[in-house]
Design a protein around this ligand. Structure first.
Ligand code: NDP
Length: 269
């Protein structure tokens, strides 16, 4: 029997997940269908229950349901608990196992696909929303020399980094500081805005990474390029890698991501 998986979000028409997982299934010869579900804004649990009743084995969860999925889960991994958000679930009987692969997907894209070790590097993470929370532990596990989190609302960053080795600051304190890797995990680029990051942070940077994808050269990447950063990347690789992690978790086989990354890449111009 063909196994069933889906991504749930609202809106969902923009999602690339059915294409990505369909490609993974084809290249790994897995017998599955993967669809997209537009869940009612106040009805994640009802939609998830219906999916499971129909035999669904696993879900990816995207905005705005990552916190609903966190509450729905019966079993959370430590990184999902730390992130306070869930982006993948696996259903076995009455159990709803939940994880968050956004951060590990980001780390794998940076270290494996882009060839930039995080170990021993000075890393600046901009933002303290869901994506940044998901990245915090996986970044720290790579043993960077320094991890600084800057956010517009300082209290949010302080709460996120509490009890970890990350240092927190406002954007104003970044003036004159420089980093090896600068990661934009704010949502500013979705509105073509620039987080108030001083150009000095890029003075010695080898990588500027934008989590938003498919937007070409965002204001953040443009600033980095003007400041002389050679390696620029957007989040298409992260998207593919978090999907590959979920696929491996569900199916026991890790797909190669190069093909889907090539097909989904929008040139950074
Ligand atoms: P959230 O809404 O949870 O968090 C938004 C963050 O951005 C907050 O820290 C907020 O700061 C900050 N912010 C928003 N606007 C500005 C601005 N103009 N200047 C400075 N800071 C700003 O968003 P997510 O964490 O879910 O998503 C963040 C980004 O990551 C998005 O671009 C999203 O598309 C991308 N993403 C990419 C994924 C991928 O697979 N490639 C996966 C998940 C997300 P404050 O706290 O002060 O409001």
């Amino acid at each position: 029997m063909t196994d069933t998986y889906a991504v749930i979000g609202n809106p969902i028409s923009h999602t690339k997940s059915p294409f990505i997982h369909g490609s993974f299934a084809a290249t790994t010869a897995q017998d599955l269908v993967y669809t997209a579900i537009e869940g009612p804004l106040d009805g994640f649990a009802v939609a998830a229950d219906a999916f499971r009743a129909g035999g669904g084995l696993g879900l990816n969860i995207t905005a705005p349901f990552k916190l609903d999925a966190f509450r729905y889960a019966t079993d959370l991994t430590e990184r999902a608990r730390r992130a306070g958000a869930v982006n993948a679930m696996k259903f076995v009987g009455k159990r709803a196992y939940a994880d968050n692969f956004d951060g590990v997907g980001l780390v794998r894209d940076i270290t494996h696909n882009l060839g930039c070790a995080l170990q021993g590097q000075r890393v600046l993470l901009l933002g303290a929303g869901g994506a940044a929370r998901g990245a915090l532990l996986p970044f720290l596990e790579q043993n960077p020399a320094q991890l600084v989190v800057a956010n517009r609302t300082l209290a949010t960053a302080q709460a996120m980094a509490l009890g970890t080795a990350a240092r927190v600051c406002g954007y104003g304190e970044l003036v004159g500081q420089s980093f090896d890797i600068v990661v934009n995990a704010t949502s500013a680029s979705l509105r073509a805005e620039l987080p108030p990051v001083p150009a000095s942070v890029f003075a010695q940077a080898r990588l500027a990474y934008e989590l938003a994808y498919g937007k070409g050269l965002t204001p953040f990447l443009r600033l980095a390029q003007t400041a002389g950063v050679v390696l620029l990347a957007d989040g298409v690789g992260m998207l593919a890698e978090q999907a590959a992690e979920a696929f491996a978790w569900w199916r026991g086989v890790r797909p190669d991501t190069a093909g889907v990354i090539a097909k989904l890449t929008v040139p950074l111009v």
